[in-house]
Design a protein around this ligand. Structure first.
Ligand code: UDP
Length: 421
């Protein structure tokens, strides 16, 4: 739920508060143990009552919203006065910032002066709206509202959290953004290799994302229940199933997934593919075009199931019910979809890039691939070697329990906050 916030009556509502459901940190004892939760509580005590404000570009769709939906209420449960606002700019702004996203992940795009000026103009408006929000610390996520801090003219500490894969950034854009990034006290990246040159080492923090094991998407679901949902989608649950769950975005390479499926199907008789995505992220105006492209690539194949629905239980059912989960990204800031599938003990085949290469120790808890042909070979191997597939799944679950649950993320965030407030 959203509500306008922090603005005088004559300005457009450019920042909206996201109202999140309450969560109780004590419930996580049953997943990570009482000791971890006790430690987290005492570690978070110095932050009691501190006002932390998160700002990002969408409350729905994509990994950042997914994290904030859990992080914000769990911070509250730990005594931090955490709030979350999303920016609400004209559609033109997100067309430009989606180009920013693509360029920062390596696309060869040139930006005109008028595009960059427009980005700054809107960020100036975000900055003005920030002036009205009471806070002890700001955490501003991703490039869309990045420059707002420069215009906010506030004295409190601020963190920029960059979630995208910055391994091969567009130089023009990076040079343009770097001064605004340098305005922050700290900048969080998911991986060391994403840290751009020109940012002092002392400003950098490396904190990989994490999943919430107690949301409907990640709660244990039986194979039987998951398969029942898949059958309802018209999928033949007696035949082999591979799946990818992702926004429809070129970087997630859905057409490459179809190519891999087609090659693997030559050896795995009756193989079916589910491509589940949602087009709800308001900061991603390209998704409708991408869905059409994927549909054309899939053609008339009745065994490719392209599903465009925003439903957490469906995500759970697909990740639980598929035999193998793919995340064949070409660039990936982290890849929560892979974490979610690993957590469910699935054999995961992922692109050997960014955050996926961080999560997967090939071939112990998953398989990393470079292209569609090797993804197809991995699919065939996993169907033909069930004990290898089961071992991968067991290791996958253990690796998420150890490294990528939200309780670890809370501690990392709070450690950084404590160094600033
Ligand atoms: N997601 C979803 N429904 C979909 C596709 C994705 O709920 O149809 C969720 C997915 O479960 C994950 C998040 O969106 O929690 C995507 O995060 P990720 O880090 O994988 O990628 P991003 O979209 O942020 O690039």
């Amino acid at each position: 739920m959203l509500k306008g916030a922090g603005l005088g009556c004559f300005s457009a509502v450019i920042l909206e508060e996201v109202l999140v459901k309450k969560k109780n940190i004590n419930k996580y004892r049953r997943v990570v143990g009482a000791e971890v939760i006790g430690g987290l509580k005492s570690f978070s005590r110095p932050l009691k009552g501190k006002r932390v404000v998160h700002i990002n570009s969408t409350a729905n769709g994509g990994g950042v919203a997914e994290i904030l939906i859990s992080l914000v209420p769990l911070q509250r449960s730990l005594g931090v006065d955490s709030r979350w606002f999303v920016v609400n700019p004209p559609a033109k702004f997100f067309e430009i910032t989606k180009k920013f996203h693509n360029a920062l992940q390596g696309a060869n795009i040139k930006f005109s002066k008028s595009e960059l000026d427009y980005y700054l103009k809107i960020n100036k408006q975000f900055g003005r709206a920030l002036k009205d929000i009471k806070a002890d610390l700001f955490v501003i996520h991703d490039p869309q509202p990045l420059a707002s801090w420069h215009f906010a003219e506030r004295l409190e500490p601020a963190i920029s959290r960059i979630h995208i894969d910055l391994s091969t950034p567009n130089k023009q854009l990076l040079e343009f953004l770097l001064p605004y990034l340098n305005d922050y006290d700290k900048v969080i990246f998911s991986l060391n290799s994403f840290v751009p040159k020109g940012l002092p080492v002392g400003k950098v923090a490396i904190i990989p994302p994490a999943i919430d094991p107690l949301v409907p998407k990640n709660e244990p679901m039986s194979l039987k229940a998951a398969r029942k949902v898949l059958a309802g989608l018209g999928i033949d649950i007696k035949r082999p199933i591979v799946a990818q769950v992702s926004r429809f975005d070129p970087w997630k390479d859905p057409t490459g997934v179809i190519n891999a499926y087609r090659l693997a199907r030559k050896k795995i008789v009756g193989l079916q593919l589910i491509l589940l995505g949602n087009a709800t992220a308001k900061d991603d105006p390209e998704s409708a075009m991408m869905i059409e492209k994927v549909k054309r690539h899939a053609g008339e194949d009745p065994d490719i199931h392209l599903v465009n629905v925003d439903n957490n239980m469906l995500v759970n059912a697909v990740q639980t019910g598929a035999d193998i989960v793919l995340q064949k990204s070409i660039r990936e800031g982290f890849g929560l979809t892979a974490t979610e599938a690993l957590w469910k003990g699935k054999p995961v085949i992922a692109g050997n890039v960014g955050g996926l290469a961080l999560q997967i120790d090939n071939p112990h808890n998953g398989i990393l691939v470079e292209k569609s042909t090797t993804a197809a070979e991995a699919i065939v191997k996993l169907f033909n070697d069930k004990s290898f597939a089961a071992e991968l799944g067991r290791e996958a679950h253990k690796s998420v329990l150890k490294n990528y649950l939200i309780t670890r993320l809370l501690r990392d965030h709070h450690r950084l906050y404590r160094s600033l407030i």
